[in-house]
Design a protein around this ligand. Sequence first.
Ligand SMILES: Cc1cc2nc3c(=O)[nH]c(=O)nc-3n(C[C@H](O)[C@H](O)[C@H](O)COP(=O)(O)O)c2cc1C
Length: 367
Amino acid sequence: MRSVPGSSMGRRLVLTTFGESHGKCVGAVLDGCPAGLKLEEGDIQGMLDQRRPGQSAISTQRAEGDKVEILSGVFRGSTTGAPIAMIIWNRDQRSTDYEELKTKLRPGHSDYPAMIKYKGHNDYRGGGRFSGRLTATLVMGGAIARKLLGAALDVQTHSYVSQIGKVAMGKRFTEKMIPDIYGNDVRCPDPEAAALMRAAILGARRDMDSLGGMIESVTTGLPVGLGEPVFGSLESDISSGVFSIPSVKGVEFGSGFAGSESTGSQNNDTFVLRDGAVQTRTNNAGGILGGISIGMPLTLRVAFKPASSIPREQPTVDIKSGKDAVLSVKGRHDPCVVPRAPPVVDSVVALVLADHALLGGFIGPVL
Ligand SMILES: Cc1cc2nc3c(=O)[nH]c(=O)nc-3n(C[C@H](O)[C@H](O)[C@H](O)COP(=O)(O)O)c2cc1C
């Protein structure tokens, strides 16, 4: 799915992103969106606000307004079929926090490989191109893809936090819980679990440490037949997109890794006719067989590592002096990135599904 040299995704619906964490702006161009989709900045802003930093004690205190401007591709409130360019101006950079990181390698972050690969030409400020801030550009494109899927096919994608560190959600997710996802700042629709998760994040922050966690994504309303054989399978393309989110270290569909411990008779989803339609009794496949959607909900789980930038002192290397060193990362960082990431996962899933819907002829060039 990825096209050279790495800042674009998609075949029929192509998202290209640009910008750096402490540069002038971050932005995206979405090409291939059909004409006739009603679209205004508010449609994108709503999802960007769910990802925005500086909103509560459990996120970074970098306070960005993240106000999106649509520069092209929308006329009289509808998409025209031309590329949709979008931009957010960076306002709250504080690049002095990153001076020490020019020579002291930050454990767990991209600074070291980026410096070697680009021979020091990379913008290291705030992680530059590798920053979590760039996930705003995925959301710009994803918000449009999500709206397109809803308008054209009544396909709905929802993601929520199901685990922070070792604290997991106690309840099984149902559609009734969708309105509760954004009812708390952890983005977990189980309020009791959310309170425990919040306490765990604040505890990690007090300990000058960080936590990882898990996001689950559910998409309903998919027709049978999205996905191409072999390299264009839905699982291949969704995984590729999801692994493009910084901090993601694992993805599983349906019963996933646990399924490998069960037997065929336990894991098979047997077919049944419901109101004349073929369905499966269970959904261990996560809605995909042979890389192709089967009309059941698409379900996946995404594992996020703990944020690497922590104030706690850690041993490292100072490449200027060529000696061992100690680093305490300064600056405003997320003690846990997971609560900010559900809209990012929603975006990537929607972008891939909309791309496949266009590729398979489920959506035409004009709505
Ligand atoms: C929404 C979001 C916010 C993030 N914020 C931070 C942060 O404040 N500090 C940090 O060290 N990493 C943060 N990250 C993760 C880093 O960008 C990421 O770990 C780094 O680029 C290295 O990539 P990798 O973890 O995928 O190997 C964030 C990730 C996301 C998705």
